[in-house]
Write a protein that binds this ligand. Structure first.
Ligand SMILES: [Zn+2]
Length: 456
């Protein structure tokens, strides 16, 4: 079997230079959110699209905030959307080896904020579009492209959410490729690629405990502060019940294949309430991964803020805690609140400040299989396994409004020994090897071609 990209006379050295320069240009535009200023990135992308004979559509969702979209026409099948966000998180420039908005090309890496999250994919997806156009690739479906604002901060209302309200056709596709998975990982000497199918939901809560006010010199038991602390304390020692999602089951099942019996058994035992904790402890994984799995297995809560009182000698009548709650795929807000109540008791008032549901796409679906097929040629013997994220992507705006949409996180790259890309995302010295930028561009081109009907 051939890679679809082998059917076309493409100069990959030239593509490498082009995608590298494009990523450098995007990094040099400071789109730190807040304030964002993504309109500048949208304008740059629009210029490049125009130069290729594609029709960009820029929409300014708020002053300085903006999205750019375009459509490459194809056959009558359902369109595919290539989606990426152009905003980035803040930097501490003094901690960087090379300035974070320099786009420096050093040690065969492009350095700068957004090099991994996710101007790399924004650039790669754009070049994929150019290659389709330049080589006159006839696909059986339209390919939509959207580089959007406002993923990294707050509620993200200026990006895909805005487009859904004001220009929904621009991102109307039942299948979306965006960030989240795609990189390789090694477990017990065996390599895998991930494709993110699921993400946890968000349910942010305000908990209020009311008590009896009084003078600090006369203690009493109806103290809102100590009552709140007592209500919260079970959260330190007790996890919410296990609810492994289908995606997580498939992830662990995928990892288990071909492993030693004891490892396979432990991976499966993680999914059972009676054996989960002990099996997690036994698995040969680092603590960070252990904590992520623990979170993915269930609805989770982190107490992140507390507020009570204003004077040292006054017992306040009210104490408040904020909780960052996250829902496992398949779980509901009501179910989560019931679980939480069982731990914190009835006396605390609960208000939901923010909610977005957990999401899960199917791994038993054409896009997932298409990615598997492509990767089986690109890197034979390295399986693609579904993955689930504790965090969210822009899918959270789209899927609740269009429940049939299948969003896959697939930005393919091979992790470079010593670089630890996962730790560079949102960290200092974010950078991507040029080799992996090209790898991503070509693999994404393969995937889009195959999904668009280019077979052997
Ligand atoms: Zn991102």
């Amino acid at each position: 079997m051939k890679r679809p990209s082998e059917h076309f006379a493409i100069d990959w050295d030239q593509v490498s230079a082009e995608v590298t320069a494009l990523l450098q240009d995007l990094i040099r535009i400071d789109t730190t959110n807040p304030p964002g200023n993504e309109i500048l990135a949208a304008q740059l992308i629009a210029e490049r699209l125009e130069a290729e004979g594609l029709e960009p559509r820029i929409s300014e969702s708020a002053p300085g905030r903006g999205n750019v979209t375009t459509r490459l026409k194809g056959g009558a099948n359902d369109p595919l959307l290539l989606l990426g966000h152009t905003d980035v998180v803040a930097v501490e420039p003094e901690s960087w080896t090379h300035p974070p908005f320099s786009g420096a090309l050093v040690d065969d890496c492009v350095w700068g904020r957004g090099a991994l999250d996710m101007k790399n994919m924004v650039a790669a997806e754009l070049i994929v579009l150019f290659l389709l156009k330049r080589h006159n690739v006839r696909l059986n479906r339209d390919v939509l492209y959207a580089a959007t604002a406002d993923e990294e901060a707050g509620k993200g209302d200026h990006g895909p959410g805005w487009l859904l309200d004001h220009d929904p056709d621009q991102i109307d596709a039942p299948v979306i490729l965006t960030e989240g998975g795609g990189h390789d990982l090694t477990f017990e000497g065996k390599r895998f690629y991930t494709c993110q199918v699921g993400q946890k939901g968000i349910c942010r809560l305000r908990l209020t405990m009311r008590g009896r006010p009084g003078h600090g010199s006369v203690p009493h038991a109806d103290n809102a502060v100590t009552l709140l602390c007592a209500a919260l304390s079970p959260l330190a020692t007790t996890d919410l019940p296990l609810h492994p999602s289908q995606g997580l089951r498939s992830f662990l099942g995928g990892l288990a294949e071909g492993q030693a019996d004891s490892i396979s058994k432990d991976l499966m035992a993680v999914l059972e309430p009676a054996t989960s904790d002990a099996a997690l402890e036994r698995l040969p994984i680092d603590d960070k991964t252990r904590l992520s799995l623990r979170s993915l297995l269930r609805n989770s809560v982190s107490v992140t803020r507390l507020e009570a009182g204003s004077k040292i000698n006054v017992i306040p009548s009210e104490a408040t805690a904020w909780i960052d709650g996250r829902l496992a795929p398949g779980q509901t807000q009501d179910g989560f609140l019931t679980e939480l109540r069982a731990l914190i008791g009835d006396r605390v008032e609960i208000d939901v400040d923010q909610y977005s549901p957990p999401l899960e796409a199917s791994a038993d679906a054409p896009m997932f299989r298409c990615i598997e097929q492509v990767m089986s040629i690109v890197d034979p013997g390295v399986p693609v396994i579904p993955s689930v994220s504790t965090g969210g992507t822009d899918a959270k705006h789209i899927v609740p409004r269009r429940p049939d949409t299948q969003v896959y996180g697939f930005m393919p790259y091979r992790q470079t020994p010593g670089l630890e890309e996962e730790n560079l995302i949102h960290g200092h010295d974010e950078r991507t090897p040029v080799s992996e930028l090209l790898f991503a561009t070509r693999v994404l081109f393969d995937v889009v071609c195959r999904y668009g009907g280019i077979e052997d």
